[in-house]
Ligand binder design. Structure first.
Ligand code: F0G
Length: 455
C-alpha cells in the first residue's frame, strides 16, 4: 500500500532505521533492543522503552531549510505536519508503511482574552483539536500505525478514555488494519465513542475504569499477538513529539519560557519533553522551555508525587474522578518519563478543581476557539501559577489544547444551562453561562427581546 493523498511518493531521508534502537528508559538499566521487537516494556527490568535516535548537532540549518521548503510541496508526506519532520523519525525507513490523514498542521493561536484570564500579557494556544480526528493523538497514531504496518501486524488495539480510540480507529481504517477498541463503560464522551463506531472499530465497553482495562488489555495483546497502540508504545511517543517541533517551527525556532499541557496517562508530556531534548541535541534550539503538567484534582497522582519530595514512587488513585473524562486516569503508565521531563526542564506540576476547569473552558470558548474539558485544565493551571508567582505575567507561554470543543457537547450544554455537577454531586457554578432563550414565533416579541440586550 502506498501513502494516501495526492502527489508522488517522496524518498525517506538519508537516516535509516539501522542506526535506531529501542532502549530502556531507566538509567540504571538502559538495555537495548532491536527497533522491530514487539515489546512495550523492558524485558529485563520492566521499565518503559524509548526510541533512541542518537541525533548529533551540525545539521540544524540544513534541516530547518528543508522543513521550510516542504511547506510548498504537495507530496502527502510533506503536507503532513508529522512526516514533514521525518528526519526526526528515522525508525520508519520506507514511505510505503506510512498512512497519513494530513495530521498536524494545527494552528498556534493568540488568545488575548484567555491570556488576561490566565494573568498573562500574552498566551498562545497550540490547538491539537484541529487534527483529523480532533485530538493530539493523531500525531502519535500515524507513527504507531506505520510501525504496525512495518511489523506486518494486521490487528491493533487500545484502551482509551476516548480520543486514542477515535484516532486509532481512523488510522486503522485508512491503513486497512483491524481496530479493537476497549473503553470504560459509561465514562467516555459521546463524540469520541461515535467516532470509533463510525470509523469501523470493534468497540468493547468494559465495566471497569481505564487503569483496570489497560492492565487487562496489556495481557490480552501479548497473548493474542495484537499490536498495542496505547501511549506505552514508544512509536506513538515518537509521532507525538512533532507537536512541539511544529510549534517551534511556527515560532521561528524561538522557544517559549513555558509549555503547559494537561496530564492523564502522561504520554504526551513524555513525548513533548523528548521532542524538545532532541531539538536541542540537533542544535535547532539552544534552551529547553519549562514544561508544566496540569491534572484534575480528583485524579492527580502525579501532582502528589511531584509535590512531595520524600515520595519516590507514584501512588495510584483507586477511584479517579473528573468530568474531564479524557484525563480520568489514576495509574499513569508513563510517570517515570514524565518525572524526568519535568525535572530536566525545571518545570512544574499543578492541579485544578472541576470549577476551575469549567470556567477556564468557557473563557477559551469566548476566544472563539473552544476545547474539550481536559484541555482547559491548562488555562486553569496557568491562572493558578501566575497568581502564586510560579509563572511571571510577562513570561512567554504556550498552552497545548489537546482536544476539539465538539468532543464533549453534553458537558458544554450542562455548563451553559446551569446543570453541570461534579462527580461527587456538587453543583458547579455556571460563572460564564450562556443560556439559550425560548421565545414565541412572534417578530414583535423577538424585537423587544433584542432591544433589551446590552450592546
Ligand atoms: N487531553 C486529552 C483531550 C486526552 O484525550 C488525553 C488523554 C490527555 C489530555 C492526557 O494525555 O494521557 O498523554 O497524559 N487521553 C487518552 C485517551 C488517555 O485514551 O484518549 P496523556
Amino acid at each position: 500500500m502506498e501513502v494516501f493523498g495526492r502527489g508522488r511518493l517522496s524518498a525517506y531521508p538519508e537516516t535509516s532505521s539501522m542506526s535506531v534502537d529501542l532502549a530502556c528508559f531507566d538509567p540504571r538499566c538502559r538495555k537495548r533492543y532491536g527497533i522491530d521487537e514487539v515489546i512495550y516494556q523492558c524485558p529485563a527490568c520492566g521499565g518503559l522503552l524509548e526510541v533512541d535516535n542518537r541525533f548529533g548537532a551540525g545539521r540544524a540549518e540544513q534541516l530547518c531549510g528543508l522543513w521550510t521548503r516542504r511547506r510548498s510541496s504537495r507530496d502527502p508526506l510533506d503536507v503532513s505536519g508529522v512526516w514533514r519532520y521525518r528526519e526526526t523519525l528515522p525508525f520508519v525507513s520506507k514511505t510505503a508503511n506510512v498512512v497519513t490523514l494530513q495530521e498536524g498542521n494545527t494552528p498556534l493561536l493568540d488568545a488575548p482574552r484567555a491570556a488576561d484570564y490566565g494573568g498573562l500579557k500574552r498566551l498562545q494556544l497550540k490547538h491539537q483539536g484541529y487534527n483529523p480526528s480532533g485530538s493530539f493523538k493523531d500525531n502519535g497514531m500515524t507513527a504507531g500505525v506505520a510501525q504496525a504496518r512495518k511489523l506486518g501486524l494486521p490487528r491493533v488495539a487500545c484502551v482509551s478514555t476516548g480520543n486514542t480510540s477515535a484516532s486509532m480507529a481512523a488510522y486503522a481504517a485508512a491503513a486497512g488494519l483491524q481496530a479493537i477498541v476497549f473503553i470504560p463503560h459509561g465514562n467516555i464522551a459521546y463524540g469520541k465513542l461515535a467516532q470509533a463506531l463510525e470509523y469501523g472499530a470493534r468497540t468493547i465497553q468494559v465495566k471497569a475504569n481505564f487503569d483496570q482495562i489497560l492492565a487487562l488489555v496489556r495481557r490480552l495483546a501479548e497473548d493474542l499477538g495484537i499490536y498495542l497502540l496505547n501511549s506505552i508504545n514508544p512509536f506513538r511517543i515518537e509521532g507525538q513529539k512533532t507537536i512541539v517541533i511544529e510549534m517551534l517551527d511556527q515560532r521561528g525556532w524561538q522557544p517559549p519560557d513555558w509549555i503547559v499541557l494537561p496530564g492523564g496517562n502522561l504520554g504526551n508530556v513524555s513525548a513533548l519533553g523528548k521532542g524538545l531534548r532532541e531539538l536541542k541535541q540537533l542544535g535547532i534550539i539552544d534552551r529547553l522551555p519549562k514544561i508544566v503538567v496540569v491534572q484534575a484534582e480528583g485524579t492527580a497522582p502525579f501532582y502528589k508525587l511531584m509535590r512531595n519530595p520524600g515520595q519516590m514512587e507514584i501512588q495510584n488513585v483507586e477511584n479517579p474522578e473528573t468530568l474531564a473524562t479524557a484525563i480520568r486516569i489514576g495509574a499513569p503508565v508513563s510517570w517515570t518519563k514524565a518525572r524526568f521531563e519535568i525535572e530536566n526542564s525545571g518545570g512544574r506540576v499543578e492541579c485544578v478543581t472541576e470549577q476551575e476547569i469549567a470556567d477556564a473552558k468557557a473563557i477559551i470558548g469566548r476566544c472563539g476557539i473552544g476545547c474539550e474539558p481536559a484541555s482547559a485544565a491548562t488555562l486553569a493551571g496557568i491562572r493558578k501559577l501566575t497568581a502564586s508567582g510560579g509563572i511571571g505575567k510577562s513570561d512567554d507561554v504556550v498552552a497545548i489544547l489537546t482536544g476539539h470543543l465538539l468532543k464533549d457537547p453534553d458537558y458544554i450544554y450542562r455548563y451553559h444551562t446551569d446543570k453541570l455537577e461534579a462527580p461527587n454531586g456538587t453543583k458547579l457554578t455556571s460563572t460564564y453561562g450562556n443560556q439559550p432563550v425560548v421565545l414565541p414565533n412572534d417578530a414583535k416579541k423577538i424585537a423587544e427581546f433584542l432591544d433589551k440586550l446590552p450592546s
